[in-house]
Design a binder for this molecule. Sequence first.
Ligand code: GH3
Ligand code: MG
Ligand code: MG
Ligand code: MG
Length: 313
Amino acid sequence: AKSSEHSIDRLAAAVDRCLTASMAEILVIDSVGKTTMPDSLRRCGFSPVVASNDAEALAVLDKARNIELVLVRADLAAKRNFALVQTLRSRYGEDAIRIVGYSEVTGHDDVARFLGGGGDEFIHLPVSAEDLAGRLSHVLGIHRRIRVLQRMASRDFLTDLFNRRYFFDLGPKLVEMSLRQSQPVSMALLDIDHFKRLNDTYGHEIGDLVLKAVSKKLISLVGESQHLVARLGGEEFGILFTGLDIEGAYDYCELVRKEISRVRVVVDEEDLSVTISMGLANISASETFDNYLNAADQYLYMAKHSGRNRVFS
Ligand code: GH3
Ligand code: MG
Ligand code: MG
Ligand code: MG
């Protein structure tokens, strides 16, 4: 049993390596034909995108959102290569891309400067195909773990909506940016009506199904827009509207309210549906994020106490 476990492990590792190589999106900056790096990468099973200069590389990165790793030739003589790694890193954070440098010759602190400027790894040439593949797979493995952890940290497990942590992290930044650009901002809080009753009648698992269905509708209505939607807790959600005046935001809320009331969850040939109440508050400068939430919460309270299934602002 032990040895077969072992071979399964090896097989899993081999599959992993193979998939890493074939699925990785790599960009290599290389003035055409100047280095053998693109060929070396192909021999390792990668299919690199090749840019012939820095500007082209930045344009590719801007367009092709799926690049995971950039290989930068960093010659010790050319100071601009250190500027490039910094430019890349300032535009694309640690969670967006990995940056790997390569060169035949390096000065005594070139590698340190490259890594200090935002690089992840440095490869001295010449390098064997095995070493190149191994080093890049290692860096790509780290990259994917960062992406997975980041996704887990920002999403709610049940609904796949952004979670409270993400809302409170990105929300204040979005508000600041919008106000700086003189764009209107508003905050909506949304709460499912009589959800406890639904849980008590049909059980928690059915309640979860309804939460998922409502969330799916929210994602389809708001998820692709510039507005930020998240599950803040229990059966409560928040939407931060940017670039919409209060009338526009109100209309959006009305649409959300109506669409959610049309969601159906079929249980034992019975169609379950829920309604929501919403509080919407305008956001102006000089207030804190907590203030907006409190204001929206007070409107939500009014929506509940004036009969539910409505938007109050
Ligand atoms: P109201 O119209 O005033 O909002 O009434 P309500 O029953 O929705 O409000 P209340 O806050 O009293 O109850 C919220 C309920 O939501 C209580 C809790 O059991 C349920 N709930 C919170 N989180 C979850 C969850 O993740 N899954 C399920 N199934 N239920 C949840
Ligand atoms: Mg409540
Ligand atoms: Mg409720
Ligand atoms: Mg509630």
